[in-house]
Design a protein around this ligand. Structure first.
Ligand code: PEP
Length: 257
């Protein structure tokens, strides 16, 4: 399974800034084809970035989606609209959406299903808060988030989904989870996936880690055997730092990743 590195640009960049960043990343990835790379610019920049990425292997993702195809949902964007713009991926259930915009597990489930129906690959984010970790609720949180979000997803569809483990306390804080914490969390996630989709199905699903990934810690995180990719926020806003994170997977390409 090829590792996957996703750059989540969040609410940063005008169209011209986003195009320039995408252009620089595309140039820097010229000789790298053993790592999958996906960029997730804001909605307003998807059109501009899709033009820059045309003809390259770099994937385009939206950061959010609504579950209906169309209708009276002011301010929302549908999976069909994203496909038409050239998106192949969409981030669903990011903790900022859950926490700041009260997105429920049920809403995340609807978004996941609607994305799959439209042919988008959901990048489904799960993760515990520091409070939940302190109370030793981490495994319960994963189980709840995953079981709700993946309810109704057919056995064969699991290979069309990426899971991102993003501990809420590690996002944008400069405090990444340790390799040991990540390894344990990814194994728990694997266990839940196995329960839902069987061993073979679960093995087809990439589990990414996200939370304060930087060029300085990326190589150590990429070496964790259970990590099949990284979801990068802040450090994806500069081509040099993002490219250095992508390259961190390359020394281990022989290890079955
Ligand atoms: C994220 O928002 O998904 C993220 C991982 O952010 P950061 O890398 O800035 O912690």
């Amino acid at each position: 399974m090829k590792p996957l590195v996703v750059g989540n640009w969040k609410m940063h960049g005008t169209q011209s800034e986003a195009s320039a960043l995408a252009r620089e990343i595309r140039k820097g990835l010229k000789n790298i084809n053993d790592v999958d790379v996906v960029l997730a610019p804001p909605f307003t920049c998807l059109g501009a970035v899709t033009r820059v990425l045309k003809g390259s292997a770099i994937g385009l993702a939206a950061q959010n989606v609504h579950w209906e195809e169309e209708g009276a949902f002011t301010g929302e964007i549908s999976p069909k609209m994203l496909r038409a713009l050239g998106c192949r991926f969409v981030i669903v259930g990011h903790s900022e959406r859950r926490r700041l915009f009260q997105e429920s597990d049920q809403a995340v489930a609807e978004k996941t299903l609607a994305s799959l129906r439209a042919g988008l690959r959901p990048i489904l984010c799960v993760g515990e808060t520091s409070e939940e970790r302190k109370k030793e609720l981490t495994t319960r949180v994963f189980a709840r988030q995953l079981r709700t979000a993946l309810k109704g997803v057919g056995k064969s569809a699991i290979e069309k989904i990426e899971i991102a483990y993003e501990p809420v306390w590690a996002i944008g804080t400069g405090q990444n989870a340790t390799p040991r914490q990540i390894s344990r969390a990814h194994r728990w996630i694997q266990e839940v996936l196995q329960g839902l989709f069987g061993r073979k199905g679960a093995q087809k699903c990439r589990i990414l880690y996200g939370g304060s990934v930087r060029p300085e810690n990326a190589a150590e995180l990429a070496r964790v055997p259970e990590v099949s990719g990284l979801l990068v926020g802040g450090a994806s806003l500069k081509a040099t730092t993002f490219l250095s994170i992508v390259r961190s997977f390359r020394p281990h390409m022989g290890s079955g990743k």
